[in-house]
Design a protein around this ligand. Structure first.
Ligand SMILES: Nc1ncnc2c1ncn2[C@@H]1O[C@H](COP(=O)(O)OP(=O)(O)OP(=O)(O)O)[C@@H](O)[C@H]1O
Length: 282
């Protein structure tokens, strides 16, 4: 079935000093409008590579990405991105940082309309009392809230989140997960999020897509989440399928680890055999 977002046989080859390295190959995934998909996989498998290709920030070596029937050919305001660290202008206030983007996206809005949009989203993420504090004076968690408010205020058609809570303490992380759930339940923006955290993926997503280990990483398994929305964390944890799903995801990751170890052992054995042959020949 065609999706709102179609990633079709996506591939990425990086040039390296040792020659071309095929990091992602034949990565295909369709997402329905309003769907929340988490991308999970071992470190270095190519998750950010996929996400930055969809963002239009990384050139696509093979295949393509279609969003709402239009093939992407670079970054655009239809896609909002939140990275692990929000990249704010530290000398500007939280309000000014969000306003920067809002001015570009709503050039014909009145000053009051733009003001209301910025204040609305900063309030939603719990920064109503800190609108006029300089970003440089805000804690990591508060800065990430500004980054999330900025992404939503630009009214993107798709959100791309690259470990948005990765650098936060667990309490702030849980609070921001809940805020994000709340906004997304209302706005239903199609979202692709990278995470390393199986529990986060279970709580946040409609589907979890597991990537195989690179090189030539692709979709290895897809899990549908049976939890209803709006979600309460306690209900998700108490759901009869929660632990079985969690176990399947962890098993997938362990299996990938095992394959990686096996491959390293085989490569080492091949190198030793080649070295032994060279010694015998000389
Ligand atoms: N510009 C580049 N040139 C060459 N190799 C690259 C480049 N960018 C990434 N890579 C390599 O591609 C592989 C995948 O990187 P990527 O950042 O996409 O993985 P990831 O799954 O997001 O990792 P992590 O979970 O640790 O953030 C890694 O081996 C990385 O070293």
């Amino acid at each position: 079935m065609a999706g709102f977002v179609e990633m079709f046989k996506l591939g990425k080859t990086y040039d390296t000093p040792h020659g071309p390295a095929v990091i992602v190959e034949d990565f295909s995934l369709n997402m329905q409008q309003g769907e929340y998909v988490c991308l999970l996989g071992h470190s270095g498998c190519g998750k950010s590579t996929v996400l930055t290709m969809v963002a239009g920030l990384n050139s696509i070596s093979h295949g393509g990405v279609i969003i709402d029937n239009r093939e992407i050919d670079g970054p655009g305001p239809d896609r909002g991105i939140v990275f692990q660290s929000p990249c704010l202008m530290p000398w500007m206030t939280a309000f000014e940082n969000v306003m920067l983007g809002v001015k570009q996206v709503y050039p014909h809005g009145t000053r009051q309309q733009r003001h209301d949009i910025v204040a609305y989203y900063l309030n939603l993420v719990g920064l109503g009392d800190s609108l006029h504090k300089n970003a440089g004076e805000l804690s990591q968690g508060m800065q990430q809230r500004v980054g999330i408010a900025r992404a939503f205020a630009l009214k993107p058609r798709m959100l791309l989140l690259d470990e948005p809570f990765g650098m936060l303490d667990s309490l702030t992380r849980m609070e921001l997960q809940e805020i994000l759930q709340e906004i997304l339940t209302r706005d239903r923006i199609t979202t692709l999020m990278i995470t390393h955290d199986v529990d986060e993926a279970l709580f946040m997503s409609d589907r979890v897509v597991m990537m195989t280990n690179g090189p030539r990483a692709r979709v290895g398994a897809v899990f549908e989440m049976p939890f209803e929305r709006p979600r309460e964390r306690a209900d998700v944890l108490a759901h009869p399928e929660y632990y079985a799903l969690r176990e399947k995801m962890i098993s997938f990751l362990e299996e990938q680890d095992h394959k990686k170890q096996q491959k390293s052992i085989e490569e080492l054995a091949a190198k030793r055999a080649a070295a032994a042959q060279t010694t015998v020949a000389s």
